[in-house]
Unconditional design. Sequence first.
Length: 241
Amino acid sequence: MKKLELTGIGHYFQGKKGSVPVLDHIDLHVNQGEFVSLIGPSGSGKSTLFHIIGGLIQPKSGDVHLDGVKVTGEKGLIAYMPQQPALFPWRSIESNAALGLEVAGQDRSEALAKAREWLVKVGLGGYERELPHVLSGGMQQRVSFLRALLSPQELMLLDEPFGSLDALTRQDMQAWLLAIWEQNKRSILFVTHSIEEALFLSDRIYVLSNKPACVVEELTVPFPRPRVETVLQDPKFQELR
Ligand code: ADP
Ligand code: MG
């Protein structure tokens, strides 16, 4: 069963010298419960593609299907972590992290309690009531990650989620993501620059060419499940089970 399917997605931006093609007939899909990575050069159009999937941009051609239903241009159907953490500067960190749950209709105090619990897990205990500006870029990225992680939608789009993290924190966040993915049977589309990260995390990888982006290669990663099992043997992740 296909959770997400993109067919013939094309897009261009209007520049001073005319239109600049960015996406050239992108076909790709994410199966139910699958972890798929997208790799491509900087500026090739990965974030634009995510904006299209999230309904923030209407593509010039092609369609987005979710669970077999055409949803091109519709917002709010996916858990989305943008490349730049878009935290609300006037909301506390816990409130920013809880937003996905609240928007989905969860009781506010329950949403905040869950957010607080997770802030501790990702190393941000003590910052719950602060405003986002006190956090470094990497810390803001973790709050933005939590917001997507706690959102109930089954499809998650993560746009270079661990880009500004140090190596150890990145490893921890990768493990939390695998744990949540395994636990909740999420379907994930993940953008990364790192081929190692894509190989470690995903079932399948799409490689994009440079602008205008099109899919030039599709790789199936062998034996992904045993890797998840290894990560979950760490006692830290046992409580999720
Ligand atoms: P990636 O995420 O792969 O690094 P982006 O999707 O951010 O690439 O950008 C793809 C190309 O589209 C870049 O050349 C970028 O400058 C251009 N672009 C992105 N957003 C806009 C916009 N709103 N208007 C004009 N050009 C844009
Ligand atoms: Mg990008």
